[in-house]
Design a binder for this molecule. Structure first.
Ligand SMILES: *[C@@H]1O[C@H](CO)[C@@H](O)[C@H](O)[C@H]1NC(C)=O
Ligand SMILES: *[C@@H]1O[C@H](CO)[C@@H](O)[C@H](O)[C@H]1NC(C)=O
Ligand SMILES: [Zn+2]
Length: 470
């Protein structure tokens, strides 16, 4: 029986339809490798320009297994086998790995990691924009422990900044850009314990409008918390979002963050005369939410959407003056395997049955999560269910209402000025230091006036910092 299965598998693997015709010719692979080699040799000429624009794309929960599966999905959505296709982020010339642990957690959360990749210091889980000296929930430990983010460094460097997100702007991931809080869940004053309010800690929504009073672009698909500043107006309309900012009258933006939508700021930065044209055009990255629910299909479609947004943004910018970085805050216990043949539908079954319980299994599985299912004392027989459905929860080894984050490194893709600074295995908090160096903002400006880098003297007034995420 086993031998027969193996034979069937081999026959399947060797059948002509599995292997694209051109891939049978060794010249195809040699030519492709030579082209890659030529591209790699060209990288010896480093791009040491000063970055005029910085763009950080953050896929919340977009671990490496998610990136690979999203690549296959993207190809299969274009009726190809999938494995050979290229994500937009795959085209970035430099890739590094980031170690994502929080100061008090081996497997991190989005708040501690956001503090790392936005503020440049590692922190405890559940805290945003503060040092590791701050204990979660303890308002009285925060005083003097606030750390600023690259958004502030850019603002102080006279740049225009923005945050674009597909979740609330007050969610842990974007909030580390402007807030300092001992608890990521203190969205509004109504959500804070009395001792924190009495201790003078401010809710995150309030900090959004008070700490960086002139964010040029700010978008989220959900309304802010209950706090409403007098001089700002945030409107949200249906699935998309329209944003207007009154107050000093510095910003007028409109946008739609809906699926497939586009947004643009005809005249961003008001008095600065900056121009902003960015097109996230995507529902973007609720990758994390999909995985937590064990709904791989939702997570992977979100990752493909994020990638589409990356493509649009890279087509609107030049690597000569724009440093683009794509990364994730952390991974998930998401995997796919089972010796699937080439071109196997990414949401499909492995070509074999378990040799223990004799049942089929999907290639995609989770280490833990809500997909754990026992039927009549045994693992569920997935051939009897619609495992390709958008809401299907892939099987997991351990039952949990919410699937958990994963602890392995995440990828960091980089393109543009100084992208080569992201080149190895780094601590996650290194990312904004490298980006700030490239743009001559923050504490890394000493090198900017060097004669070798004349471009430093013509720093242009607009710097966009966009986050698509989470
Ligand atoms: C800080 O606040 C916590 C309650 O959140 C309390 O237990 C602790 O005693 C306080 N510490 C100081 C030094 O006031
Ligand atoms: C699993 O379900 C399929 C389709 O309903 C059925 O043909 C197969 O016999 C089942 N396998 C086991 C081990 O129950
Ligand atoms: Zn999460």
């Amino acid at each position: 029986m086993k031998a027969l299965l193996l034979l069937l598998l081999l026959a399947q693997l060797c059948s002509p339809s599995l292997v694209p015709e051109r891939e049978k010719d060794p010249e195809y692979w040699r030519g492709q490798a030579q082209e890659t080699l030529r591209d790699a040799l060209r990288l010896q000429r480093l791009n040491q320009n000063v970055a005029k624009n910085l763009i950080l794309f953050l896929g919340d929960g977009m671990g490496v297994s998610t990136v690979t599966a999203a690549r296959i999905l993207k190809g299969q959505l274009q009726n190809r086998k999938g494995e050979e296709s290229l994500l937009e982020m795959d085209k970035f010339p430099y890739v590094a790995l980031a170690k994502t642990y929080n100061t008090n957690a081996q497997v991190p959360d989005s708040a501690g990691t956001a503090t790392a990749y936005l503020c440049g210091v590692k922190a405890n889980e559940g805290t945003v924009g503060v040092t590791a000296g701050v204990t979660r929930d303890r308002c009285n430990t925060t005083k003097g422990q606030e750390v600023t983010s690259i958004l502030r460094w850019a603002k102080d460097g006279g740049k225009a900044v923005g945050i674009v997100t597909t979740t609330r702007v007050t969610h842990a991931t974007p909030s580390a850009a402007y807030a300092h809080s001992a608890n990521r869940d203190w969205y509004s004053d109504g959500e804070m314990p009395p001792d924190a309010l009495e201790g003078g800690c401010r809710d995150i929504a309030r900090q959004l409008v008070e700490n960086i009073p002139d964010i040029e672009v700010g978008m989220g698909t959900r309304p802010l918390g209950t706090w409403a500043g007098a001089s700002q107006r945030w409107d949200h309309q249906g699935y998309g979002l329209e944003l207007a900012r009154d107050g000093k009258g510095t910003t007028q933006g409109w946008g739609q963050a809906g699926r497939g939508g586009r947004w643009a700021m005809p005249r961003g930065g008001g008095g600065r005369g900056g121009r902003c044209r960015a097109v996230p055009g995507a529902a973007g990255g609720r990758i994390d939410h999909g995985h937590h629910e064990g709904k791989a299909k939702q997570a992977l479609h979100e990752a493909v959407e994020l990638d589409r947004a990356i493509g649009l943004a890279t087509r609107l910018t030049s690597p000569q003056d724009t440093l683009s970085v794509v990364t994730a805050d952390h991974s998930h216990v998401f995997t796919f395997g089972g010796y699937t043949p080439r071109g196997n539908p990414i949401f499909g079954l492995a070509p074999m049955q378990s040799d223990v319980d004799r049942k089929p299994f999907t290639s995609i599985l989770y280490g833990n999560g809500p997909g754990y299912k026992i039927v009549a004392g045994e693992r569920e027989n997935v051939s009897a269910v619609d495992f390709a459905h958008a809401n299907y929860q892939a099987q997991s080894a351990v039952p949990l209402r919410q699937e958990t984050h994963g602890g392995e490194d995440v990828a960091v893709f980089a393109r543009g000025p100084m992208a080569h600074l992201l080149h190895g295995v780094h601590e996650q908090n290194y990312i904004p230091h490298a980006m700030a160096y490239a743009a001559c903002i923050g504490s890394n400006r000493a090198h900017c006036n060097a004669a070798a880098r004349p471009a430093a003297t013509i720093l242009l007034p607009f710097l966009a910092l966009l986050f698509l995420l989470c």
